[in-house]
Design a protein around this ligand. Sequence first.
Ligand SMILES: [Zn+2]
Length: 88
Amino acid sequence: MSKKIHEGGKIYGRLRVLAEADTLPKKKGTHVRWLCVCVCGRRVVVPGYKLRQGQWSCGCYRNQKTAARMTAINKRKAERKADRKERN
Ligand SMILES: [Zn+2]
């Protein structure tokens, strides 16, 4: 029997596993990939081990975090500029 973990129907963070995408031969055993749908609506193929490592979004989560960080940096810059203006 194969030790393949069946991920179909499972939910990992933002991803819902739809079906097995394909199985790639790997040096050790097989490398199963899963077709997942993200809460943002994008469909992504994620290897099973990545799901278990915690890659639980299509990438939009990271992008959102980056965007939030950039907004915070720009806000601080703007505040500093305003600060300087007041002092001068
Ligand atoms: Zn997404």
